[in-house]
Ligand binder design. Structure first.
Ligand code: MG
Length: 417
């Protein structure tokens, strides 16, 4: 259950993942009206052969073809056919391949020519849900945190997830434990650990979630004929966050960039200073963060506590996450450090005086609230010095209220979600 891979296995999994992305690139490049599933399978087989990889499907699932090609209302396990694809179709290509004793598994739904807006929306929502699921695949999280992140995102887009389609662990076998449902509450199931590799794969329908299997014994279709979409990536969980192993360079993340694991894609536009980019903190950011906190917080702390801020107060919590805000020039103009438990706790939020009244602080807090909601946390909380009137007014405007009495001249503020 939930095997942590060795360094050699991870090396092979990365290779198998890159190869899978390559197959997707080549197959999707050939997608146009008139091409058949069988022709797409031939392309996939050729690309796999050139790289020294083999399809995982016949060996591991008895599936009769090298790839799955599922069209429109076909939910999955479509057998490549000689029927030409038509303009307006959407087609899911699912590729499982084996290389160096390791498997990779990835699927995507692609448009054939121009597709109508409802099909586009369905594809976008499904891909987005995949990235939400990936963002939840973190060291220390539980399996159903992925399920819940996917499900909430799909439901919020007005769609349904197919209940019998599961993500799964992957490695020396195509399908390993744990199973990853695309629905359900967070916080359940086995714990996720750095070094585990999982295939995350929401299957989403535009109509009812019920499916049936065709007479070929493989192809599942929606019972009501509504279109279905399916996106899947093989993901390595690392201490620094999820690493998508099957991602092609042309595969754009609908939520954030890869470094940010899909959870942070924030650029705040300001008239005065141009765009302010928000990204995850790197080790090299520490000095600028300390400098910024001295410049902004020390006067307040001197007045409240009679001492300056301490770097270990910023970086002492290993479970904390930090985002930094920088101008195009690279100059750091703010940061936020926070921890997620039952609620999201903002440890430190600092915005440089030059960026006050630009909307940066509000944008950061809105993004954090979104993170907390997606994780189904109960509240956003923070502590603020009672002499920091600007900050108190700012948080009150955002809906925070003071809880309890001041403690060492510090107020506890909370926004229930
Ligand atoms: Mg799979």
């Amino acid at each position: 259950m939930g095997l942590v891979k060795t360094a050699e296995e991870i090396h092979a999994l990365r290779q198998a993942g890159r190869m899978n992305a390559k197959v997707h690139e080549q197959v999707s490049a050939a997608l146009q009206p008139g091409v058949t599933g069988v022709e797409l399978e031939q392309i996939a087989l050729r690309v796999m052969k050139e790289m020294g990889a083999t399809s995982s499907f016949p060996e591991w699932t008895d599936f009769p073809s090298a790839i799955c090609v599922s069209v429109n209302e076909q939910v999955g396990h479509g057998i490549p056919s000689k029927t030409p694809l038509r303009e307006g179709d959407i087609v899911t290509i699912d590729v499982g391949l084996s290389y160096g004793g390791m498997h990779s598994d990835a699927a995507a739904t692609y448009p054939v020519g121009e597709v109508d807006e409802s099909a586009q929306r369905l594809m976008q929502a499904t891909k987005r849900a995949l990235y939400r699921g990936i963002a939840a695949a973190r060291d220390g999280a539980r399996v159903s945190d992925i399920s819940s992140a996917i499900y909430l995102d799909v439901k919020s887009a007005g769609y349904e997830t197919v209940r019998h389609a599961f993500g799964h662990g992957i490695g020396t076998a195509l399908h390993e434990d744990p199973q990853i449902a695309n629905f359900g509450p967070p916080g359940r199931g086995p714990g996720l650990r750095a070094g585990m590799v999982v295939a995350i794969e929401p299957v989403v329908t535009a109509g009812m979630r019920y499916t049936r299997t065709l007479d070929d014994g493989w192809t599942t279709v929606t019972v009501d004929g509504a279109f279905a979409a399916h996106f899947e990536h093989t993901v390595l969980i690392t201490e620094a966050g999820p690493e998508i192993l099957t991602r092609a360079s042309s595969d754009t993340d609908p939520v954030g960039d890869l470094e940010n694991c899909g959870e942070l894609a924030l650029t705040v536009r300001t008239d005065k200073l141009g765009p302010i980019h928000v990204r995850r903190m790197k080790e090299a950011d520490r000095a600028a963060m300390v400098d910024l906190v001295h410049r902004t917080m020390d006067p307040i702390l001197m007045e409240a506590w009679g001492r300056r801020s301490q770097p270990n107060e910023l970086f002492g919590d290993p479970s904390a996450e930090a985002w930094v805000c920088a101008l195009d020039s690279g100059e750091m103009v703010g940061f936020v450090i926070f921890v997620m438990g039952a609620s999201l706790h903002v440890n430190t939020l600092v915005v440089s005086p030059s960026c006050q009244r630009t909307g940066l602080g509000r944008a950061l807090m809105t993004e954090l609230e979104g993170v907390a909601r997606r994780r189904q946390l109960s509240a956003v909380e923070l502590w603020v010095q009672e002499n920091n009137a600007t900050a108190i007014a700012f948080y009150e405007k955002l809906g925070f209220v003071v809880v309890g009495k001041p403690y060492f001249r510090t107020l506890h503020m909370r926004k229930t979600l």
